[in-house]
Design a protein around this ligand. Structure first.
Ligand SMILES: Cc1ncc(COP(=O)(O)O)c(C=O)c1O
Length: 347
């Protein structure tokens, strides 16, 4: 089977793990410090706080922003953690539609902002594509809400030359095993804002008020730091494969396109087709792991209030993703292209 996602680790990671074991310093050591510094530098922000998952990164970010009883706007399409974190932090989620790039529709966002006066808006850079941060930041200045980027799927993505995760007031990343920077489990809250950083630290460091232990271990930090070093070259490979797909599979499939000004990092290569369920089973029969991300909308999943979700309702029935990870061989890429062309004849 050609896996849809396949994290790989090499000699460098193995050596680091052995070095950590031999050093007896397995938590709160140099690797964690180094990873936080490297990640902040990579994004071009002042602060990057490691936590144990992307969900916890979103949760602590929302706690730091004091969203209890406040409205928080999320897009209809994302992994469920985006909305769950809002509930867990005591916020009231409002769900808006996505645009043709599968990210928050800024036009509908403005309607929702006028109607609900949210404290926070969470654009999600879904599948590795930056949300329209120019439009969202413009609205943030106009209406005064805080922008928390959910960048769990977009390590290294850029919008007009700036890294996602550095475009809003703060951002949350995940380093779950499937992500473009995998460390098993892990997360980061990143920000340039001193006041926000201070509030975030209260939830992470013991002392000022009840806090959690949300730390990662030195093993995770080392794997993350080493994977981060190779992120740009691996994202380039993802883009190369994506280009091959969009140029070679010229048919009834709707391919992902890059938003103007965007550097898409193809965490997932997500197409659309009305017969997607039959296509997925045929691909699986051919040894290709194709999957649906996601078959639910956040509003229906958790019964949240929402605006009309015309695009998302259609997309959730049509989207499916094919392998685009950087370790695909040329033969595997060819096989995927060939299989997609072949299955089309049957549907
Ligand atoms: C968009 C999005 N947000 C949040 C998360 C939560 O991250 P984690 O699984 O590390 O808790 C994920 C990934 O799993 C995600 O894809």
């Amino acid at each position: 089977m050609i896996n849809i996602i396949e994290p790989r680790f090499f000699e460098e990671e193995k050596q680091a793990i052995v070095q950590i074991l031999e050093s007896h310093k397995i938590t709160r050591g140099e690797w964690t410090k180094f990873f936080e510094e490297s990640f902040a530098k990579y994004l071009g922000v002042k602060y990057a706080f490691t936590v144990c998952s992307g969900t916890v990164a979103l949760f602590i970010a929302l706690k730091a922003l004091k969203v209890e009883g406040e409205r928080v706007i999320v897009p209809a399409m994302s992994f469920m953690a985006t909305i769950d974190a809002v509930y867990l932090a005591g916020g009231i989620p409002i769900v808006v539609d996505v645009d043709e790039y599968y990210t928050m529709d800024p036009n509908q966002l403005e309607d929702a902002v006028k109607r609900y006066n949210p404290k926070v808006v969470i654009p999600v850079h879904l599948y590795g594509q930056p949300a329209d941060m120019q439009a969202i930041n413009y609205l943030s200045e106009k209406y005064g809400f805080v922008v928390l980027e959910d960048a769990a799927q977009a390590h290294g993505a850029e919008f007009f030359g700036k890294k996602v995760g550095s475009l809003g007031h703060l951002s949350a990343f995940s380093f779950y095993a499937s992500k473009n920077v995998p460390m098993g489990e892990g997360g980061v809250i990143a920000t340039n804002d001193d006041k926000i950083a201070k509030e975030v630290k209260k939830w992470i460091d013991f002392g000022e008020h009840p806090a959690f232990n949300v730390r990662i271990t030195e093993f995770q930090a080392a794997i993350g730091a080493i994977q981060l070093k190779h992120l740009d070259e691996r994202n380039r490979r993802r883009r190369e494969i994506a280009k091959r797909y969009s140029e070679s599979i010229n048919s009834s499939f709707i391919h992902p396109t890059e938003r103007e000004g965007a550097y898409h990092v193809y965490h997932l290569y997500t197409l659309r087709h009305k017969e997607r369920d039959r296509i997925i089973s045929l691909l699986k029969e051919n040894g290709i792991d194709a999957r649906v991300y996601y078959s639910y909308l956040l509003s229906e999943l958790r019964g949240a209030e929402h605006l009309p979700l015309t695009n998302a309702e259609r997309f959730k029935k049509e989207v499916f993703s094919i392998p685009v990870h950087p370790y695909l061989t040329e033969e595997e890429v060819e096989k995927i292209i060939h299989s997609l062309k072949a299955v089309e004849v049957f549907v």
